[in-house]
Design a protein around this ligand. Structure first.
Ligand code: CP3
Length: 355
């Protein structure tokens, strides 16, 4: 329970998520614990990716690495969105230089029978909850801990494509050819995501982010028909579950990468924070959500970190001016690249704090 954890010393992220005044803009970086850090590569050289996810001591250690190095305002639990397909009985491997591979993807609707449902998240994903609780203790209240999940459409994509894809054409073919089976699959994933996020909050996560990383492959019609209803269902049911368990106020973030066509709908989908990628002008995003109570998060181009530190400083200043300093959480517009120099991540973080 929340009261068993050390008191929070830096609540900037949570204040910004609620739209409360802050004395400096909070900042964190998607994929802040990862291969661009030599200390991550050191641990990773000794252990398989999912072994790290499944070992709370290792997951906690890696979660803390960027917090020890940089002046960040949040930690995000080290895990992966693909632990949900694993919990549903699918094999997922992380192949160096390739990324995630699901060797037996769903090929036809008949394959839905192979999935093991309902998922008991405590049994299948208990290691994530243990990692969250351990990390909360080790953080000692320095910054809040973010929990996360993939959104159903993004997970469906990996489960059908068998890994990353340039087009998502197999998964999209399902939407057009097998709409009812697609809805069944999305519903089954949604049910796991809901339980998974509520239990993350119960284990100590202080904000929950939902990654719809593959929104960019859907246009407005498919997004509204298939992805958005799940996104809405998740916020509604997770908030109800968090309330029923008296877990306090746990803000939720939706990051739908590439969903520039659905900013208004996303702002109305029951989340406290909406992440935007770098293709959306912050001023346009603010206009789209005018009059709505929502915090924006983003959206520095991850490639912008290749710029020299003075240039990063200049561009961050413009970004913060465009977003404004309230109801704003600074971040990249997507995850940091593995070949980024840590000093450039540091330049970004410090640039935000100097605004
Ligand atoms: O942000 C963090 O620091 C927390 C950890 C985190 C990871 N994955 C660790 C990881 C988070 C939040 C994720 C989310 C995730 N995973 C997403 C959504 C965010 C996004 O980037 O769109 C997606 C689509 C995945 C699936 C996934 N996992 C892919 C496509 C890849 C390969 C890409 C790559 O960077 O190699 C992964 C692997 C992965 N997840 C790594 C890390 C640190 C690198 C794996 C390795 O060490 O070999």
């Amino acid at each position: 329970m929340a009261s068993e954890f050390p008191a929070l010393k830096n609540d900037l992220l949570l204040r910004a998520a609620r739209g409360e005044p802050v004395d400096r803009v909070p900042v964190w970086i998607m994929r802040q614990a990862g291969r661009y850090l030599p200390e991550f590569r050191e641990v990773r050289s000794k252990h398989d990716f999912f072994t790290i996810c499944q070992t709370p001591e290792l997951a906690a250690e890696i979660t803390l690495q960027p917090i020890q190095r940089f002046d960040l305002d949040a930690a995000i639990i080290f895990s992966d969105i693909l632990v949900i397909p694993q919990a549903l009985g699918m094999t997922v491997e992380m192949r160096p230089g390739v990324g995630p591979v699901l060797p037996q993807p769903l090929e036809t609707p008949a394959d839905l029978k192979k999935l093991i449902t309902p998922v008991n998240v405590t049994e299948q994903l208990g290691y994530v909850f243990k990692a969250i609780t351990l990390t909360r203790q080790k953080l000692a209240g320095k910054v809040p801990l973010i929990g996360f999940s993939g959104a159903p459409w993004t997970l469906m994509g990996y489960m059908i494509e068998g890994g990353g894809s340039k087009t998502l054409s197999k998964a999209k073919a399902w939407l057009y050819q097998h709409p009812q089976s697609s809805r069944d699959l999305l519903k089954l994933i949604t049910d796991v995501v809901v339980d998974y996020l509520i239990e993350q909050a119960a284990a100590g996560a202080q904000l929950l982010q939902v990654f719809e990383s593959n929104a960019e492959y859907l246009g407005p019609d498919l997004f509204r028909e298939f992805a958005l209803p799940c996104i809405q269902d998740i916020s509604r049911r997770v908030k109800a579950g968090v309330k029923a368990q008296n877990l306090g106020d746990i803000p939720m973030t939706i990051f739908a990468k590439g969903a520039h066509y659905a900013l208004k709908e996303l702002a109305d989908s029951g989340y406290d924070v909406m992440g935007i990628d770098w293709t959306v002008d912050p001023v346009v995003a603010r206009e789209a959500v005018a009059g709505k109570k929502i915090t924006l998060q983003g959206n520095f181009d991850p490639c912008g970190l290749y710029a020299p530190p003075e240039e990063i400083q200049k561009r961050v200043k413009i970004m913060v001016e465009k977003f404004g300093k309230t109801a704003y959480i600074a971040n990249l517009g997507h995850g940091i690249y593995p070949d980024m120099k840590p000093e450039h991540a540091e330049a970004f973080i410090n640039a935000v704090h100097s605004q």
